[in-house]
Design a protein around this ligand. Sequence first.
Ligand SMILES: [Zn+2]
Length: 230
Amino acid sequence: MTRPAKVIWWSEASRAPPLFDRPLSAHEKLTLSADGLLQADPGCALIVVDVQNDFADPRGALFVPGGDGVAELTAALVESARREKVLVVCTQDWHPLVTPHFKECGGPWPTHCVAGSWGADLHPLIPDWVEVVRKGQGSDDGYSGFGVRSLATGALRPTGLAGLLSKRSIERVLVAGLALDVCVKATALDAIALGLSTTLILDATAPVDLDRGDGELAVAELAAAGVTIV
Ligand SMILES: [Zn+2]
């Protein structure tokens, strides 16, 4: 059952035209849809992927363009989830200083999210009551919140996220965070492969776009896999 859309407050002094008579900002659109998406539903969880300083703060080592806006939007979603008593799980990239995931050791990425560093901290807008699942330790790649692959042996290892969701009888997940074309994509694809009804909240994501168009390709791939895009 969909609840009526929440009425957005706007300042009369701003002389902004009433809502719906003007294009909505991403924040307003998200606030409107968040209430519909995040209704009190014990079978639903919000997965916030890697909203960490290195990705979401312009001073971060691997800042994703628009990542600071994503931090604000995901924080709004987390707050909606709190009101609706929806489970929130944040994934956290958590690498050793030396790993084949990093350029210096032959990997694709500059050094980022080193365990215990400021860059690895969740963005300050993310509250501390959320559940946290870490990934990318040791020689693991650390892309999906559900399972990681050892870059040394190729072995796959679960992170504990699937177990956490199953213990809470979660059947439906909403996915947001960073980066759309890397860890968000990998996490959403694994969610759908695990049989979870999966929705990507597109406004609350942003791509790295290492190659131009990677973000759009990721959305097409997710839609083809059965992920609902909103
Ligand atoms: Zn990483």
